[in-house]
Design a protein around this ligand. Structure first.
Ligand code: SR1
Ligand code: MG
Length: 399
């Protein structure tokens, strides 16, 4: 681990492939005479990602740099650089609980808005692999474990209240939260300029905007997101934030992290699996439905085990309390998953799983299903008691 005292104080400016190499050299991250190559490989909505490689030894590192605006829209949408510091700190904090499931951070610097970390190019972005029909046998047990350990261990169940409240303030992330508040909870449920949808969905969308019951439930979910500081969330746990292969899983990109409701992380991951279940042909769907089940089962089993062994408040041992906590996390997760399904279909930030379907009729049919299932999850989240109920709903409504 290097400290930034190794780096001459610098003013923020966007890196280039050349200055990224200079930086790696200045920090002595490679041998003095190494021959370094650099490529910008970022495909996300917000940041630059440089991969610096030593051609001889094959050693790689990643330099991720936040841009002062949202790349998805352009310079007209300014965005705080502080998110880079949040991201590096969350990777380290979550790494205390799940070291094997997050990349190692070598260096971070607030002024340059960079995080230098372990290269993961031997893995594939889960969204890409899943679109190509991969099964990834470890994906859901690893993410279930990641969710249980990071969320339990940063909550009031595990921490002294002073420590927990200190973390809540340290990880305050209002600008990135506002993006989620707008793009996940508000804009898709109104006729807002940021929305982006295919005209053929107009009837479904008008019906959604006119649906008072859905909006009332979304209002409750948004206020839960705004006010329930339960645990240090990843904050953007979709399948594009996960690198995976058959043996290993790594969660990246926690720049949206903040103290929020536990069900938000669980629900975003489940929703992105649900998109896959909806788009896959019959024979390949079952593996995704198993991942959905396995995510919840692993999460709830490890969360319960931690509760038994590591809870610090005597009230956690009151019979029935754990069951109620899990019940609430479960129904919150389904509601948040519903919002994620809808926003990925008609909001600003789409997903390739849906938009990449070339056959227009099939694409529109899948999008109608994500809207319909999203709506049902929001409305029926309290009635759906088990993950089996959710699978039954998915099987009835979409596949
Ligand atoms: C302007 S950012 C759009 C989306 O990309 C991020 O990954 C988050 O999901 C955000 O909502
Ligand atoms: Mg991201």
């Amino acid at each position: 681990m290097y400290s930034m005292t190794n780096l001459t104080k610098k003013q923020y400016e966007p890196l280039t492939v050349k200055t990224a190499v200079d930086l790696a050299r200045e920090l002595n991250l490679f041998e003095v005479h190494s021959s370094l190559q650099c490529n910008e490989i970022g495909d996300g909505n917000l940041n630059y990602v440089f991969q610096v490689s030593d051609e001889i030894t094959g050693k790689n590192i990643i330099i991720k740099q936040a841009l002062p605006y949202a790349k998805i829209v352009g310079e007209s949408w300014p965005l705080t650089l502080k998110r880079a510091t949040i991201e590096a700190k969350v990777l380290k904090k979550h790494g205390e609980f799940v070291p094997a499931l997050v990349p190692e951070v070598y260096v971070s610097d607030e002024d340059l808005a960079i995080t230098i970390m372990e290269d993961l190019s031997h893995l594939t972005v889960a969204r890409e692999g899943l679109i190509n029909g991969e099964a990834y046998p470890r994906l859901s047990s690893d993410i279930g474990e990641y969710l249980a350990r990071t969320l339990f261990s940063t909550s009031d169940f595990a921490l002294h209240p002073f420590v927990k409240k200190q973390l809540v303030s340290e990880f305050s992330n209002p600008e990135l939260c506002k993006i989620t508040e707008d793009l996940v909870f508000t804009d898709p449920f109104f006729d807002h300029d940021s929305n982006d949808f295919e005209q053929e969905l107009e009837n479904e969308i008008q019906a959604l905007w006119a649906n008072h019951s859905v909006k009332l439930e979304v209002a409750k979910l948004k206020f839960s997101f705004l006010t329930e500081a339960q645990a240090l969330l990843h904050g953007d746990l979709h399948t594009g934030s996960i690198f995976v292969n058959d043996l290993e899983t790594k969660v990246i990109d926690p720049e949206f992290a903040f103290y929020g409701p536990i069900g938000f992380d669980v629900g975003q991951f489940l929703a992105n699996l649900m998109v896959q279940a909806i788009t896959r042909e019959d024979t390949n769907q079952s593996v995704i439905l198993k991942h959905i089940t396995q995510t919840w089962e692993t999460f709830s089993a490890i969360f319960s085990e931690l509760w038994e062994k590591e809870s610090i408040d005597p009230l956690t041992q009151v019979p029935g309390f754990l069951d109620q906590v899990l019940e609430k996390i479960f129904s919150d997760s389904l509601g948040f998953a519903g919002c994620e399904l809808i926003r990925r279909t008609i909001g600003l930030a789409h997903v390739k799983d849906l938009d990449g379907i070339e056959d227009k009729e099939k694409r529109l049919q899948c999008k109608k299903q994500t809207l319909n299932i999203g709506k049902l999850l929001i409305l029926k989240r309290a009635e759906l008691k088990t993950i089996k109920d959710v699978i039954t709903l998915l099987e009835k409504k979409c596949i």
